[in-house]
Design a protein around this ligand. Structure first.
Ligand SMILES: C[S@@+](CC[C@H](N)C(=O)[O-])C[C@H]1O[C@@H](n2cnc3c(N)ncnc32)[C@H](O)[C@@H]1O
Length: 277
């Protein structure tokens, strides 16, 4: 009799197929005990496709090429959790220590380049844009690139329209008044902020030779999903996409330690930055 994973409705061979599939398409590693996650994320996709089970979904994925279905599965398996000014200590340190340093460093060219490398729905890139507006860098050329694997989430980021519940998570009230306008029940980020960011698709596992150089790269809360080899490769590429002395910012549960020894850990306020040689 074909085996299912313990407590799960999906055949073991199909769970393995989905696990390999998600890894191949995104680099995301699903542990052997994540069948509940796979079921909760993919059962809605199966039902939308009029498929009665995850096993039927796997049969469809193995069958004739269906790029739309393939995309839907990867979209459903990626976590887009994000918020404005995620990690207040980090943005405080950026404002009070790192940005003044960079301004001094770039005063002759008056040009600064930033990359939000797993941008999700855009809150990280727009938080940075608002921080730069507050710094009143009149006459400076500031470029912010936002990239993500998911086209669907990038469409949301470009739109810059957020629900009240997303606004409540991290956005200071004074910034809401200054940089957003009401649109029905939602809030639309104003054009002057939106225009500061360019969003485009990019898979972090690809070569970054054509990207940068950047003064700061945010690559937060995405390395946690990858295996050690993928993390090492991404960190190596990110290092090369930074200016010498440029800064990498990682999520609270992420580090370069034991993965890339070239980065120097730089404490700033209550945050840690990783500086390229
Ligand atoms: C949890 S969100 C992090 C958002 C933001 N950086 C933050 O910290 O709030 C992770 C994002 O990484 C993206 N992602 C996953 N795999 C990726 C890959 N291989 N290349 C680029 N982005 C990827 C997902 O689509 C998702 O939007």
């Amino acid at each position: 009799m074909p085996q299912t994973t313990k407590g799960s409705t999906i055949l073991l061979e199909n769970y393995r197929f989905l696990k390999d599939y998600v890894y191949k398409e995104s680099g995301i590693v699903l542990d052997d005990d994540k069948h509940y996650l796979v079921e909760s994320r993919l059962m809605p996709v199966a039902l939308q496709e009029h498929l009665a089970s995850l096993d039927a979904l796997c049969t469809a994925l193995r069958g004739k090429a269906n790029p739309r279905l393939h995309r839907k599965v990867v979209e459903a398996m990626t976590t887009h959790e994000t918020l404005f000014f995620r990690d207040v200590a980090l943005f405080d340190a950026l404002r009070s220590e790192i940005l003044p340093l960079l301004i001094e460093r770039r005063k002759s060219t008056r040009k600064l380049a930033f990359w939000s490398a797993a941008a999700s729905s855009g809150q990280e890139a727009y938080s940075l844009a608002m921080l730069l507006l507050e710094a009143e860098l009149g006459g400076w050329n500031t470029q912010i690139l936002g990239t993500d694997l998911s086209e669907q989430i990038l469409a949301r980021a470009r739109e810059g329209r957020y629900k009240q519940i997303e606004i409540n998570r991290g956005l200071p009230a004074s910034y809401l008044l200054k940089y957003f306008e009401r649109q029905g029940l939602d809030w639309q980020i104003k054009d002057r902020v939106r225009r500061m960011v360019t969003f485009e698709p990019f898979d972090l596992r690809k070569s970054m030779r054509a990207k940068g150089p950047f003064d700061i790269i945010f690559c937060r809360n995405v390395l946690i999903y990858f295996d050690v080899e993928t993390k090492k490769k991404i960190l190596r590429e990110l290092r090369r996409a930074l200016f010498p002395g440029g800064y990498l910012v990682l999520g609270g549960a992420e580090t370069t330690l034991n993965l890339d020894e070239h980065f120097k850990q730089v404490p700033a306020g209550r945050a840690t930055f990783y500086q390229a040689p």
